[in-house]
Write a protein that binds this ligand. Structure first.
Ligand code: HPA
Length: 277
C-alpha cells in the first residue's frame, strides 16, 4: 500500500470508528438532506447526533441553511444515517473531501442511499414546489471524485453509469407519489459548480442538452455511491425556475423559502419510501 492509498482507507476507518463507538446499530439506509430539507432529522428515534466538526476528516459547511450534523437512529423501522447538511465543491473543498461522508456511510453498512437537493427548473413544464425523481444526470463540472488512484477495495476503476439511479427505487418512489397524489416529475439533473446561479445562456444550453433541473450538488455523491456499490435514489425539490425563464433575478433566500414550503410534502414522501425500501 502506498501512502495515498493508506491515507484514504485509514481516514475512512478513523471516521467509521469514531461513529461506531457512539452507536448501537449499523445503519442500512443513508439519507442526504439538501437545502431547507433538514427537518426530517427530527423524526429519527433514539437519535445519536454527531457534529461533522467532531468526526475525523469530515469537513463543515460554510453555507447558511446548511447545517453539519450526522444523525443515526431508527426511522420508519429502518436503521438510518441522515446527513443534515453537506459540503460543496464551490466552498473550495476537493471532490474527494465532499464525497468522504458517502464513503463513510458505505463503510458503516449503508446499502441504499437517498440523495436530495434543491434545484432550479430548466424544463419549462416543471414548477417551483414540485419534487423531481432524478433518473439521470449530466456532470457539467468537468471534474470527478474518482479521478486519482483507484482503491480496488472501494470500487472498480471504470464504474458503469448506465443505471446509477436505481430503477427499482425509482419505481417505488413513483408508486408512492401516485398513491399520495403528489405532483411528481422525473428527469435529468445537470450539475454545475456554482456558486453563482447560471447565466441565461447556460440554462438554454442545459435545456438543449436534455437537462430538466439544475443544481450545485448531488452528482459527486452519486458517482461515489455507485462506485461503492450502493443503490441510489435522487430527489430534487424544484425551488425556482432556472435563470432567464422568468426574467427575474435568482437568490438563495427564495430557494430556502420554497424548500421550506415543500418540506411537509417532501417528508411524507421520504417516510413512505424508506418504509418500502
Ligand atoms: N441553479 C443552481 N442551483 C440551484 C438552483 C438553480 O437555479 N436552485 C436551487 N439550487
Amino acid at each position: 500500500m502506498d501512502t495515498i492509498e493508506k491515507d484514504l482507507i485509514t481516514k475512512i476507518e478513523e471516521a467509521k470508528k469514531y461513529i461506531e463507538d457512539r452507536i448501537k446499530v449499523k445503519p442500512e439506509v443513508g439519507i442526504v438532506l439538501g437545502s431547507g430539507l433538514g427537518d426530517l432529522a427530527e423524526e429519527v428515534d433514539d437519535a445519536v447526533m454527531i457534529q461533522y466538526s467532531d468526526i475525523p476528516h469530515f469537513k463543515t459547511s460554510t453555507v447558511i441553511g446548511h447545517e453539519g450534523v450526522l444523525i443515526l437512529g431508527t426511522f420508519m423501522n429502518k436503521n438510518v444515517v441522515m446527513m443534515k447538511g453537506r459540503v460543496h465543491f464551490y466552498e473550495g473543498y476537493s471532490m474527494q473531501e465532499i464525497t468522504f461522508p458517502t464513503r463513510v456511510m458505505k463503510a458503516l453498512g449503508v446499502s441504499n442511499i437517498i440523495v436530495t437537493n434543491a434545484a432550479g427548473a430548466v424544463n419549462k413544464e416543471f414548477f417551483p414546489g414540485e419534487l423531481m425523481i432524478i433518473n439521470d444526470h449530466i456532470n457539467m463540472v468537468g471534474i470527478n471524485p474518482l479521478i486519482g488512484k483507484n482503491f480496488d477495495e472501494l470500487g472498480t476503476r471504470f464504474p458503469d453509469m448506465t443505471s446509477q439511479y436505481n430503477k427499482e427505487l425509482i419505481s417505488i418512489a413513483n408508486d408512492i407519489a401516485f398513491n399520495l397524489k403528489l405532483k411528481i416529475k422525473e428527469g435529468i439533473y445537470a450539475y454545475m459548480s456554482g456558486p453563482n446561479y447560471e447565466t441565461k445562456a447556460e440554462i438554454n444550453m442545459l435545456r438543449i442538452l436534455g437537462a430538466d433541473a439544475v443544481g450545485m450538488s448531488t452528482v459527486p455523491e452519486v458517482i461515489v455511491a455507485k462506485h461503492a456499490g450502493m443503490d441510489v435514489l435522487g430527489i430534487s425539490c424544484i425551488t425556482n425556475m432556472a435563470s432567464g425563464i422568468l426574467g427575474t433575478p435568482l437568490n438563495h433566500e427564495e430557494v430556502i423559502e420554497v424548500s421550506n414550503i415543500v418540506k411537509d410534502k417532501f417528508k411524507t414522501f421520504i417516510r413512505e419510501i424508506v418504509e418500502k425500501m
